[in-house]
Ligand binder design. Structure first.
Ligand code: IPE
Ligand code: IPE
Ligand code: MG
Ligand code: MG
Length: 312
């Protein structure tokens, strides 16, 4: 349903040729971080569950985005950019572990395998999420060198703001407990905020001003969540690697429910364009635009998903 074999554009070929080394940087950083926080001396179940939550990964879109922005800003401190990218992915993985718990979305699978609570039990899953959140900040701190020391406090503060309340992931998940919520505010908090953290942290780790990068991340994250809402309706659990149809079953605010499938896809397209327009002028802007276009095509393929929406 979501497959779309087609020829890659030159820009996508450029992305692919650099994506292998980017993927390697991300995986190495995550292995390094996990060794810091889940070494062989720790409780074996917790150590194994932390590993299960992080490996194998999903799209790793957030650390890619962070490294892409750091690259666009000259990447003078690659080790710090990698640590920030790793920290962002750890925070994301933690949010998924908690999101899958029976008291949230009660999802038995994630990334095509049993979710952490299904494999290790609920108590270990709660602790795994906690441990990964703490590890994100620890890993960032451990990566700081004397010449990047001054960037540590702004980076840690940024991650805290984008993950916690009043408008980070925690707030986004908490909006589900309220009787009324605006869909855009909910999406921006639960997903947009971490994407904004990725673009802002990429800039900060390169010692650049993060402010001009915020709108790009926020808009892209909102688009990403709208796509997730659409895929929740049109894809199968097997294709997603997580249960499909969850938003409707749990009465979650969803762009597919609020705008209809066609309306949600149009909204997604508008958000993607808006995010591309928000990319600040810089040397890496063309590559970033191509990255966004390739990712949007992966999420909502031009042909298959749109045809399905029209037929629905
Ligand atoms: C899932 O994020 C949660 C959302 C915010 C939509 P991803 O789709 O990026 O999950 P992984 O990391 O690829 O599994
Ligand atoms: C997850 O949102 C966003 C988080 C903050 C974890 P969803 O519940 O919509 O994401 P999936 O569909 O389970 O990945
Ligand atoms: Mg959820
Ligand atoms: Mg969920």
């Amino acid at each position: 349903m979501l497959q779309k074999p087609r020829r890659q554009t030159p820009a996508e070929v450029a992305i692919l040729s650099r994506s292998a080394s980017v993927a390697q940087r991300i995986e190495q950083t995550l292995h390094w971080a996990l060794a810091l926080g889940g070494g062989s001396d720790g409780p074996p179940l917790l150590t194994a569950a932390m590993h299960h939550a992080v490996f194998p990964g999903g799209a790793r879109i957030r650390p890619q985005l962070c490294l892409a922005v750091a690259g666009a800003c000259g990447d003078p401190h690659p080790a710090l950019a990698e640590a920030a990218a790793g920290a962002l992915e750890l925070l994301h993985c933690a949010s998924l572990v908690h999101d899958d718990l029976p008291c949230f979305d009660d999802a038995p699978t994630r990334r095509g395998v049993p979710s952490v609570h299904a494999a290790f039990g609920e108590r270990i899953a709660v602790l795994t999420g906690d441990a990964l959140i703490v590890l994100a900040f620890q890993a960032l701190a451990e990566a700081v060198e004397p010449r990047t020391q001054r960037l540590m406090a702004p980076l840690a503060g940024l991650l805290g703001r984008r993950v916690g309340g009043p408008d980070g992931i925690v707030a986004g998940q908490a909006w589900e407990c309220e009787p009324r919520v605006s869909l855009a505010a909910y999406h921006r908090a639960k997903t947009g905020s971490l994407f904004a953290a990725c673009t802002e942290a990429g800039a900060l780790a390169a010692a650049a001003d993060p402010a001009p990068w915020r709108a790009f991340g926020l808009c892209l994250g909102e688009a990403y969540q709208v796509a997730d809402d659409v895929r929740d309706v049109v894809a199968t659990s097997q294709q997603l690697g997580k249960p499909a149809g969850r938003d409707r079953a749990l009465s979650r605010p969803s762009s597919a429910a609020e705008l209809g499938l066609c309306g949600a896809i149009e909204y997604f397209d508008r958000l993607v364009e808006r995010s591309i327009e928000a990319i600040p002028d810089c040397d890496g802007a063309a590559l970033l635009r191509a990255l966004v276009r390739a990712e949007s095509e992966r999420l909502v393929p031009q042909d298959s998903v749109r045809d399905l929406a029209l037929a629905a």
